[in-house]
Ligand binder design. Sequence first.
Ligand SMILES: Cc1ncc(C[n+]2csc(CCO)c2C)c(N)n1
Length: 223
Amino acid sequence: MSRFTDRLYESVREIWGKSHRHPFLVGLRDGTLDPRRFMFYLRQDYVYLIDYAKMFAIGGTKARDVETMGKFAELFHSTLNVEMELHRRYAERFEVDRSELEATVPAPTTAAYTKYMLEAAVHGSLAEGVAALLPCMWSYREIGREFAQAPGALDHPLYREWILMYASEEFGELTDWCIGLMNELAEGLPERELAVLEERFVVASKFEYLFWDMAWKEEEWPV
Ligand SMILES: Cc1ncc(C[n+]2csc(CCO)c2C)c(N)n1
């Protein structure tokens, strides 16, 4: 029997493919990405993650059972203390301290993406919040796994750790859990509601593409 997430995956295949071919990711995979651009990305991603972590906190308040609450708490913890710790370690290598990292002004794309997701989580059902947060986890797992297999990618002194984090087993399991939850929450919903979830998933995937593009162009507020 096909799962709702199979339908979601089909709906974003092209968008994710376009991200994989984006010069930022091509450079990260083959090691030619300018570290200055990577640091720009990390700073934006750090403030992105501060808001993104709140998606899990909101998920925890909307969950209907203790096990789901616990898993959201684990994801909340892991974002703040594992993923953001990777960013803090990278920043140290670039001599950017923690307070500077935290004070990064979100670029237009970062602000639009996080506010889009938070709106879905706050005003929508738990299923809508999960549909909006899922591309973030699922697309990074795909990127991590693919890059870990790419010849030479793990030899890079700067990008190796980044790839290893997203290719890790632990992160893969958290992603599988979110995919499973999405399917559970979608079960029995009428087509009208499934279409809303699909739209959340597609728009968040488009924002993932825009995020790579924002980092590549080192996007600034025009005024
Ligand atoms: C723009 C952007 N999209 C996705 C991720 C990946 N990500 C964010 S939170 C999380 C789960 C647990 O930490 C994962 C995998 C990112 N870092 N930045």
